[in-house]
Design a protein around this ligand. Structure first.
Ligand code: NAP
Length: 554
């Protein structure tokens, strides 16, 4: 064994297993299920107090998924997808959390999940071909495989505002919400941020608060969700044809969502036809608004037509023209930041108890003991809600001190931006897999579709290795370099890099600005991954480091 870092010297308990999985969200749960199916032993470490990942933490008022319930769910078990009943078109957070718990119980997953346990470090021992994983409470586990199911939006971020520690009221982050209901009745509340989380929570908080101040730096495009109870007829229709619909979403779509794939560009229609098309999308509601035409995210003049439509809608909904103007986004193409989906977001600014504060022109100077001071004014507040987002895609991985071959840490290797082959592995870190990591479609897709694809690919890969007595897989540097170039090229063929988005790491001061997810689409990406596997895991080096009769035998 290589020497342990000083912080690990006091560890005493050493367990062994085939795989350590970090995180018990949707990725970790399914990964555990598949590894068990292969006869491998696995331990899952989860820092939260229960399973559910993102849905365990994001309990803010109004939290719900922006992918429709019938599609934002596992497809790996026909029984599961037939028996589970969703209540609404877009499931609210408590229902998705209940579903995650149901899955954990139904597949008897809990006995291998250790909750309230943060993985602090992981170190690869080249000679032993094993990962030594250390939890924050000092426990050490030795495993052949180390699998990061840490989620892409798990590292909630509160900006470093001067005076924050002196604030006398309560502070919250949407991504780290308390487990007991928060009552804003009679309070003056400030929400900082106008991303997806804030846009969902603002209308709900406004109904409770005495006064709500929304501190907006960058306005966002938001489409009405048109949420509604799911009718038994619609549910039946989906379930009668579930397998085929799932297959289409995973193998034919761009984003893992069943939508009609547009055949023409926005400028091929005249003004009237285009307006009708957008109007239909606005009335239907949801993120499929961006599927009106096939060139909205690659052609700026085409994109402008959709952006203009939404800006006009904002002006129609919001009664005060000055407020409407402030809410109209102009600094990024529509869809180049994750498009938001709301219920009564713009309407909320017509309420007498809601004030929109522009912090683009007058930024927050300081937090006062009883409020916030922006360049021009003081605002008295009893509570501040940070809807300020996450250190996305790499943030939760970076919090683990991961050391690979030649004593190089993952944070050192990714200092200029994440580098992976297929978003699945990073060269120099053998037997370490990332589920929905940077370099894969992940956050640009229906996450559960992408999670299932990665977990299935990893499981098939491990089965392939076992059949050949291999116990080590690593991405080659050459394959990784080519993939990083490809991911970058594809991104720069679109309008996405024109926005200062978290996709680019632009929301974190000092973070390298690189477009992190793979934008080629889930169907294309799946074919690439399948092709790599069919060619004997091309671009990966597989080897046997010991006289193994089975990878499972420890
Ligand atoms: P976000 O999209 O990163 O939005 C953060 C907001 O906070 C932005 O408006 C940002 O302004 C503002 N902000 C950040 N730092 C600030 C500062 N120092 N001062 C003032 N304003 C600041 O975060 P999010 O809303 O939590 O959403 C993150 C992602 O989570 C979404 O894009 C989506 O993928 C996912 N999500 C999904 C759902 C859903 O399924 N319905 C719901 C919530 C979240 P700037 O734009 O100027 O930086």
């Amino acid at each position: 064994m290589s020497p342990m870092p000083p912080s690990e010297k006091t560890t005493t308990t050493i367990e062994t297993c085939d795989a350590v999985i970090v995180g018990a969200g949707f990725a970790g749960l399914y990964m555990l299920h598949r590894l068990r199916g292969l006869g491998l032993s696995a331990r899952v470490y989860e820092q939260g107090g229960d399973v559910g990942g993102t849905w365990y933490w994001n309990r803010y008022p109004g939290a719900r998924c922006d992918v429709e319930s019938m599609q934002y769910s596992y497809s790996f078990s026909e029984e599961l997808q037939q028996e589970w009943e969703w209540s609404e078109r877009y499931a609210p957070q408590p229902e998705i959390l209940k579903y995650a718990n149901h899955v954990a119980d139904r597949f008897d997953l809990r006995r291998d999940i250790q909750l309230n346990t943060r993985v602090a470090a992981a170190r690869f021992d080249d000679a032993e071909n094993r990962w030594s994983v250390t939890t924050a409470d000092g426990k050490q586990v030795s495993a052949t495989y180390f699998i990061l199911a840490t989620g892409c939006l798990s590292n909630a971020r509160i900006p470093d505002l001067p005076g924050l520690s002196d604030f006398k009221g309560k502070t919250y982050h949407t991504g780290h919400w308390p487990h007991k209901p928060v009552d804003f009745t009679g309070l003056r509340v400030g929400v900082i941020g106008t991303g997806s989380s804030a846009i969902q929570s603002i209308p709900v908080i406004a109904e409770q608060a005495k006064h709500l101040f929304v501190f907006q730096r960058t306005p966002n495009f938001s489409i009405p969700a048109r949420n509604a109870p799911l009718t038994p007829e619609l549910t039946r229709e989906w379930k009668s044809d579930y397998a085929a619909r799932r297959q289409y979403a995973r193998a034919e779509s761009r984003n893992g969502i069943l939508t009609v794939i547009p055949q023409k560009g926005a400028l091929e229609d005249n003004d009237i036809a285009r307006r009708q098309e957008y109007e239909a999308g606005w009335t239907r509601g949801g993120i499929s608004f961006m599927a009106a035409y096939n060139n909205l995210l690659v052609d700026k003049p085409a994109n402008d037509t959709a952006a203009d439509f939404v800006r006009t809608k904002i002006a129609e909904i919001v009664t005060d023209p000055e407020v409407a103007k402030l809410l109209q986004p102009h600094n990024h193409p529509i869809g180049s930041k994750r498009i938001c989906v709301d219920t009564n977001y713009y309407q909320t600014f017509n309420r007498p108890n809601v004030t929109l504060v522009d912090i683009r022109n007058a930024p927050i100077d300081t937090v006062l003991p009883n409020g916030l001071r922006t360049g021009s004014k003081d605002y008295e507040l009893d509570a501040i809600v940070f809807g300020t987002g996450f250190d996305a895609m790499t943030g939760s991985v970076a919090k683990i001190d991961i050391t690979g071959q030649n004593e190089i840490t993952l944070n050192e290797k990714w200092a200029e931006g994440p580098r992976t082959y297929l978003g699945l592995m990073s060269a120099g870190f053998p037997n370490m897999f990332v589920i929905t990591g940077p370099g894969s479609p992940s956050v640009l897709s229906n996450m559960i579709v992408s999670i299932e694809q990665h977990v299935d690919w990893i499981s098939d890969c491990l089965a392939h290795m076992r059949a050949r007595d291999a116990d080590r897989i690593e991405a080659t540097k050459d394959a990784e370099d080519k993939w990083v170039i490809h991911v970058n090229e594809v991104a720069h063929g679109t309008l996405y890099p024109q926005a200062n988005s978290w996709y680019m790491g632009a929301n974190i001061p000092g973070k390298p600005q690189i477009f992190m997810p793979y934008i080629g689409g889930v169907a294309v990406y799946r074919r690439i991954c399948d092709d790599v596997a069919a060619k004997g895991y091309e671009g990966f080096a597989l080897s046997a480091t010991r006289q193994a009769t089975s990878v499972a035998a420890e």
